[in-house]
Design a protein around this ligand. Sequence first.
Ligand code: UD1
Length: 320
Amino acid sequence: MEDQKEKGEISRVAVTGAAGFIGSHTCEGLIKAGKTVIGIDNLSSGKLSNLKGIAEIKRFSFRQADICHKDVMQTTLNDFQPDAVIHLAALVSVPIAESNPEENYRINVLGTKSVAQASIKASAKRIVFASSAAVYGNSDQLPLSEASPTEPINHYGKAKLEAEDMLLSLQNQHRITSTCLRFFNVYGTRQDPSSPYSGVISIFADHCKTGRPVTVYGNGKQTRDFISIRDITRAIINSATNPALPGGSYNLCTGQGNTLLELLNILKEIHPDMPPPIFKEARGGDIKHSLGNPSKARKMLGFEIDTNFSEGITALQNHQ
Ligand code: UD1
């Protein structure tokens, strides 16, 4: 193990938030890539069933632990000796973060600090952090690039930005590479559709599956930069396991905006009998358009989009 570490090879990876939507796909991808993986999750929202595809594999282990428990995190990472840590555990709901800012700060800033410090002390070489397009706030200068102003408008976005700043400054003080990936609107299998604040695609897909009409808030012409979990997972794994990649903040997006009406058209082709949507007033505080520029990630991380929107939605529906 020491020899490999000296060569900079990344073979042991710890993943926080492992039992969640993005975490479980990431663990599966790492196992497929031949890595030895420890998944860490407190199971507050993640489900062990998300990991059932890899639970029996010897190179995979699971530890139920809370990122905010510094001692537990330290012992877990000291025992495992990761080359890289992928930190996905978070309070992920913007509305919940808004109604409970202390909890948001505790988990999304202090929890990230706890993971970062434990990673450094355990001599990890790389840390990859799940950041968010929410760091940009409500800019109308689209597409958003990493040089765009970061002016978050909610507690969630502010916490993600503070965590990014902390990780990037630790990178300068220690021998660790910090990569902060700003996710746009991620969709894919295992995204929980049960909350009204779940991603629109998982809600619509679930309604179509069960023959219930979807509700469109506004006129359906709002756009989002929807990105498939398959593309997100590849970027996360590459950022963690390629020792040559530089740290920094990167947009993970497609550079393509799609309207909800386009989404409904694709779903209609898959489910010709779906009931017509119900249109309601736009949600308060809803942004009209969100679009990212993926050029920096493409250039520096070699990140390419494999999944076109229509194929991604069709694959999601066929899976369910
Ligand atoms: C994201 C967050 C949201 C937060 C917002 C502002 C997610 C899943 N959502 O919303 O919590 O408040 O950023 O920072 O991360 N829509 C419908 N019908 C539905 C559900 C959604 O029409 O049943 C619409 C929404 O009003 C919105 C669009 O679909 O216009 C996309 O919604 P969503 O998937 O929640 O993403 P964001 O709006 O980007």
